[in-house]
Design a protein around this ligand. Structure first.
Ligand code: BGP
Length: 463
């Protein structure tokens, strides 16, 4: 068996603006939904008054320290870095006619620094945040006018960075809008299913329009979607469990089906009918949905199980997405079940379903790293997690799946999305920052840093 990954396979890490940048009011940045949820994407909206702090305000201060961080990524041999643009740096309220030049200039510097190190940027247009102004004044993605504001923002960045960025993603984990509506579609807690699906529809239309704009403005770029790869298995081989699992997987596949095939699938039309969800879909919307993505990207952390027995679900459900745990798998400290083979399965499923190139843009282990007596982090648990997953990626490539690259989540410690925790660390690089905001923010290499460096240098042969 060929033990190296294909030439040109992209190796790197993935970040999101609101989890690393900090500088939350610098250079004209506006307030985002993320700024209003200091306790994470499942947290309450907290009005930000003068003097009230959130750990995300400074985060790991990537805004000022990016040259040092990028040098460390380059030292590991990265050929790709996934970042996101904070919409509020460019359009602070979201509805301005003209962008904020200081915000645009900062991303120029960031891309230049990456390119100087031969690291290709992979850029997410919207990673779990939108301008708070669009939520307050328009009702978030519930209002179709937001499509126009997003298209303006997307066209602005494609035009500005067309010579620097050739790989793009539209919405991060677009299927998470079902679970975390505020960060997803700018809707407050308590909104109805019909409101959520209409807002999702607007976002899917906006995603199609972004694909169209990208093709027009940067013909040699590639643009993909981004799904939370929430693979689930039947808890038993009872036919009812198997069918319930098929339906459960459609909760994320639906987004991929629209973004890759350009129309709503029959099972969703049935779901809408039976749940009295009457979406407003115009002929222009249908045209926009027809602009399908070039490739599919996804995050992969865990799998879960499904049972048709509602009583059992109540009794068993665990983890963040309330999935039923798999008795055959171990869990991380945060209850996320570790399943490397599931990644090979998912890659094969996606390839069989869409026949489009795939990109794993998030995968990693959140853990409470504690320095050893020698003051260093010996994160062998992280090394084995990543190693086992990468072995399965290689298997999938051997199965014939086209995989463009792998960017592990959080190559440097950052603020977690779910609960804005700092002690849930993912990095190859440790950041001296504690939950109360104390710490020097200094960076140091963990053991996994040297491991990843070797894996990249050997193109996976040392896995
Ligand atoms: C994904 C998000 C990321 C990221 C990651 C890990 O859902 O796209 O933003 O944070 O999950 O989750 P957490 O930070 O909650 O551990």
């Amino acid at each position: 068996m060929n033990t190296t990954f294909p030439e040109g396979f992209l190796w790197g890490g993935a970040l999101a603006a609101n989890q690393v940048e900090g500088a939350w009011r610098e250079d004209g940045k506006g307030i985002s939904t993320s700024d209003m949820q200091p306790n994470g994407i499942f947290g309450e909206v907290v009005a930000r008054r003068e003097g009230e702090h959130s750990i995300k305000d400074v985060a790991i201060d990537f805004y000022h320290r990016y040259p040092e961080d990028i040098a460390l990524f380059a030292e590991m041999g990265f050929t790709c870095l996934r970042i996101s643009i904070a919409w509020t740096r460019l359009f602070p309220q979201g509805d301005e006619e003209e962008p904020n030049e200081a915000g645009l200039a900062w991303y120029d510097k960031l891309f230049d620094e990456l390119l100087r190190h031969n690291i290709q940027p992979l850029v997410t247009l919207s990673h779990y945040e939108m301008p708070w102004g669009l939520v307050e004044n328009y009702g978030g993605w519930g209002n179709r006018q937001v499509i126009t504001f997003f298209e303006r923002y997307a066209r602005c960045v494609f035009t500005r960075y067309r010579h620097k960025v050739k790989l793009w993603l539209t919405f991060n984990e677009i299927n998470m809008s079902l679970h975390a509506p505020l960060t997803g579609v700018g809707l407050r807690a308590g909104c109805s299913q019909a409101e959520i699906y209409q807002a999702i529809h607007h976002q899917l239309v906006a995603s199609g329009l972004a694909v169209k704009a990208c093709r027009e403005l940067i013909p040699d770029a590639r643009i993909g979607n981004m799904l939370l790869g929430g693979l689930t298995y039947p808890l038993t081989c009872k036919p009812a469990d198997v069918f319930a699992t098929l339906q459960d997987n459609r909760r994320w596949q639906f987004f991929g089906d629209v973004q890759c095939r350009g129309a709503y699938p029959g099972y969703m039309r049935r779901y809408f009918r039976e749940n009295h969800i009457d979406l407003e879909i115009t002929p222009q919307d249908r045209e926009a949905l027809g602009h399908t993505v070039d490739f599919i990207s996804f995050s992969y952390y865990m799998t879960g199980c499904v049972t048709a027995d509602a009583g059992l679900v109540e009794k068993l459900r665990g983890n963040i997405l309330d999935m039923v745990p798999n008795p055959h798998l171990e869990s991380s400290e945060w209850g996320w079940q570790i399943d490397p083979i599931g990644l090979r399965t998912l890659l094969n499923i996606l390839w069989d379903r869409y026949q489009k190139p795939l990109f794993i843009v998030e995968n990693g282990l959140g853990a409470q790293d504690k320095p050893d007596r020698d003051g260093r982090i010996h994160d062998d648990y992280r090394i084995s997690y990543l190693n086992d997953h990468l072995v399965q990626v290689r298997e999938a490539i051997e199965d014939g799946v086209e995989v463009m690259g792998y960017t592990s989540w959080g190559p440097i410690d950052l603020i977690s999305a779910s609960k804005a925790e700092v002690n849930k660390r993912y990095g190859f690089i440790y950041v001296d920052l504690q939950q109360d905001g104390s710490g020097t923010l200094s960076r140091s290499r963990k053991e996994s840093f040297y491991w990843y460096q070797k894996i990249i240098a050997s193109r996976g042969a040392l896995l």
